[in-house]
Design a protein around this ligand. Structure first.
Ligand SMILES: O=c1ccn([C@@H]2O[C@H](COP(=O)(O)OP(=O)(O)O[C@H]3O[C@H](CO)[C@@H](O)[C@H](O)[C@H]3O)[C@@H](O)[C@H]2O)c(=O)[nH]1
Ligand SMILES: [Mn+2]
Length: 739
């Protein structure tokens, strides 16, 4: 809080950055007080029902389920207060940078790009990401780009060799023409100028793309693509025994900034390909492991004080981005405790109403704004500029790495391609290197969760570091989001598992976090327990509907005062959620889809995530990092643009969703028929009718997919039949119990 006040008031003549609290802070706090009272009233009501009116076992278990569901909802609502108590907006003034520093004094910048599978993550995507950052408006001799290839693929290496050649044309082209879109793919797809120079470079790009894609199709780099003996020697490292799970380290310096020049004679940035050693017998800790290898390899080669982590599917959309970061790095109030500057994940190519809520407005925008008034944004894995020092201990105590060359203040004296540097780099990329060290526990990116980003940011905040959320008008980065429902649900399941791993670890935000972070730990707890939404969503998606089908009323009658409490709680939560959403630039259509997807995830990703987490805890199965596919299929993207849900392959993950869709529809229909016939206790069943109706409206795309559609993306009949049978069985079982 102290630093916040200092920053706003120290608006000297040349501020590098400013921060202002949002106007919604006071209304948020007032509403929190009112809503808290309402929650207590509801709990009182539950206690009454449970103790006084639940005479039979069935009644009692129903009341208990509703109580449990409401406790989870109340907990999740309470934890969001962490994001609502002190939201702030920041702005940067890069134009003032020259008043405090010179370009020659800019710190070095190491960019880490991760890729893991050439078939799920087409190398051209990673190449575009790399080119977009290599072309940053930043002194090239201070810039190094490291690619981590967890796929250990010669095809990816080939693509990057091509990229290195293309860069010597692309970088000067961008500089000369003041190009803003420095990702060639985005540039050529945009409405760019059409000079002969542009046509020329476009042809070059296209022919590189053809070569890379052809090599990918063939699955190997054939002789016609190898231009020198030197290249052949590199490709020969891929011997017959070289597999993605078992292979030696390959580090290849593709561009060396002190040697390689572009076609206009300017130096190029460093570009280094790294695939770390893998062996089936040692754990590689997925992306966190890859990032730690890059931290060490880069320390031996360039050791820049600032490190940008990027996923291969996220490219730079603004060449000035590093300058914004410097506005915080050069702020003497912020620098000493600054761990990272996080930019929001933004996505290109989403359809108009964002049917899968891929924008993650809450996670990537609303929550970080809230966190930023406390200790700063959470780390979201990509688009974050770290101060290297923050990955070695807390602000006051430095944790020394095993060898001095890895220390953040170690100066590299030899050229990166020298033998001694290369051998050290290979040494620190070995798969047993981390044994008996602090890597992953006290140093570097932290191990122990499938969401290494969330976990690492959280641990850094606990150690006393701060971060900054930088959210400029022009998106700094653009990424790809899954364009089919199954990929999205599986991705969310992975996140849910990773978050539960933290929720129930010794560093849980509700035990460990609360001691070091106070209010902020609530926000972290909110995310950690995300999957617990599956409890209220399942209870509210099935129980009232099954009761309705049996004519049993479980909520207060319209005439009772408790009815108003229920209405207030529902409307209050939804309206607040809606306001949060639109105040950060959302539209009604996107919000509607967002709340629908929340229900869908509750019945699929979260439910399956909880189950898999339990199986994993019991040692029955192990959850891995299943990389999301970034391949676009034309037919599929056409349907996506028309906002049609894509179910594609059959999967059990859809079953609970379809069951809920069927039960809600029939219970609403049943209630409706009762009204028409003028029978039944309409006053008592009103809330249940309302709920079924609301869910039914939300389920519209599901009904379409199971009965109305005939395209390839519709729901597989097998899944529908299984779900229908299960729904019927559930109904029969409950009607026997209710009798
Ligand atoms: O063993 C692995 C697995 C993945 N990755 C890379 O990790 C990144 C993220 O993988 P992706 O399949 O795109 O996952 P998403 O769920 O889309 O990613 C989000 O969630 C991840 C944590 O689960 C974060 O690491 C990401 O930054 C965040 O964007 C990609 O660049 C992968 O190449 C590796 O380098 N090694
Ligand atoms: Mn991704």
């Amino acid at each position: 809080m102290g630093s916040l006040r200092r920053c706003t008031t120290s608006t000297t003549t040349t501020p590098l950055n400013t921060v202002e609290p949002l106007r919604r802070t006071v209304p948020n706090r007032v509403f929190a007080a009112v809503y808290t009272c309402a929650i207590f009233a509801l709990l009182y009501h539950h206690a009454q029902t449970l103790l006084l009116h639940s005479k039979t076992l069935v009644c009692f278990s129903m009341s208990l389920s509703l109580l449990l569901a409401d406790i989870v909802l109340a907990f999740m609502w309470a934890t969001t207060q962490s994001f609502r108590m002190r939201p702030v907006h920041r702005s940067e003034h890069p134009e003032n940078l020259e008043k405090v520093t010179k370009r020659s004094e800019f710190p070095g910048l190491d960019v880490f790009i991760c890729t893991a599978d050439p078939y799920k993550e087409p190398p051209m995507g990673a190449v575009n990401t790399a080119l977009s950052v290599m072309a940053y408006d930043y002194p090239t001799e201070k810039l190094s780009v490291y690619l981590s290839d967890d796929g250990g693929s010669v095809l990816t290496l080939f693509a990057f060799m091509e990229a290195a050649k293309f860069a010597s044309h692309w970088l000067p082209f961008c500089r000369k023409n003041d190009v803003v879109e420095r990702n060639p793919h985005a540039y050529f797809a945009s409405n760019h100028s059409r000079s002969s120079e542009t046509e020329n470079i476009k042809m070059m790009y296209e022919s590189m793309k053809v070569r890379v894609e052809h090599v990918l199709e063939m699955g190997k780099v054939s002789d016609e693509y190898i231009t020198s003996d030197q290249e052949r020697k590199v490709f020969d490292k891929w011997t017959d025994g070289f597999t993605r799970q078992d292979h030696p380290t390959v580090i290849q310096v593709l561009l060396e900034s002190s040697k390689d020049k572009d076609i206009t004679g300017n130096y190029l940035p460093n570009l280094i390909y790294v695939t770390r050693e893998k062996s089936k017998t040692s754990h590689h800790y997925f992306k966190a492991g890859a990032l730690n290898v890059l931290l060490r390899v880069s320390a031996t080669m360039s050791n820049a004080p600032i490190v940008l982590t990027l996923d291969c599917d996220m490219y730079s959309n603004d060449p000035q981005t590093p300058l914004r970061v410097l506005c915080y790095v050069f702020d003497p109030e912020i620098r000493p405790t600054l761990a990272f500057v996080q930019f929001p994940q933004r996505f290109g190519g989403l359809n108009k109403n964002d049917i899968y809520a891929s924008e993650f407005k809450r996670l990537f925008e609303i929550n970080p704004i809230g966190f930023d008034g406390l200790r700063g944004s959470n780390y979201v894995g990509t688009g974050a500029f770290f101060c290297r020092r923050a990955l070695f201990g807390n602000p006051s105590t430095f944790v020394s790495p095993e060898i001095p060359e890895l220390s953040p203040n170690h100066a590299v004296k030899e050229p990166i391609n020298s033998l001694s540097i290369l051998s050290l780099a290979h040494h620190v990329a070995a798969c047993n290197y981390e044994n008996q060290t602090n890597w992953g526990s006290k140093m570097g990116f932290r191990y122990g969760s499938l969401v290494e980003d969330y976990y690492t940011g959280y641990r850094l905040h606990c150690e006393g570091w701060r971060s900054v959320f930088c959210h400029p008008m022009r998106p700094a980065f653009y990424g790809d989001a899954p364009t089919n429902l199954l990929d999205m649900l599986n991705q969310q399941k992975r996140w849910a598992i990773g978050l539960l791993e933290v929720a129930f670890s010794k560093y849980s935000p509700i035990t460990f976090g609360i001691r070091s972070l106070g209010l902020m730990s609530l926000g972290y707890a909110h995310l950690a327990f995300w999957a617990s939404y599956s409890i209220p969503i399942s209870v509210y998606g099935f129980l009232p509907q099954l009761a309705l089908l049996n004519g049993i009323s479980i909520f207060p009658k319209v005439s009772e005062p408790w009815f108003f409490l229920y209405s207030f709680l529902f409307v209050g939560a939804y309206v607040q959620d809606f306001l949060d959403f639109v105040l950060e630039g959302g539209t009604f259509g996107k919000w509607w889809n967002d709340q629908r997807i929340w229900m869908i995830k509750g019945l699929s990703s979260y439910l399956f995530g909880v189950t898999e987490y339990l199986l994993k805890s019991l040692g029955i199965s192990a959850a891995g990092f299943n990389v999301t596919s970034k391949v676009v299929d034309d037919e599929l993207s056409k349907r996506y643009d028309q906002e049609i849900f894509e179910f594609g392959l059959p999967s059990p993950i859809f079953v609970p969703i379809i069951m809920a869709a069927i039960l809600n529809f029939f219970s609403f229909l049943w209630g409706f028929l009762q009204i028409i016939r003028g029978v039944g206790d309409m006053q008592g069943l009103f809330l249940q009718m309302f709920l079924s109706g609301f869910v039914t409206v939300n389920c519209w795309p599901i009904y379409e997919a199971i009965v109305l559609r005939s395209d390839k993306g519709k729901m597989h009949a097998k899944v529908t039949i299984i779900a229908a049978l299960l729904a019927w069985a559930l109904y029969t079982a409950t009607s026997l119990i209710f009798k």
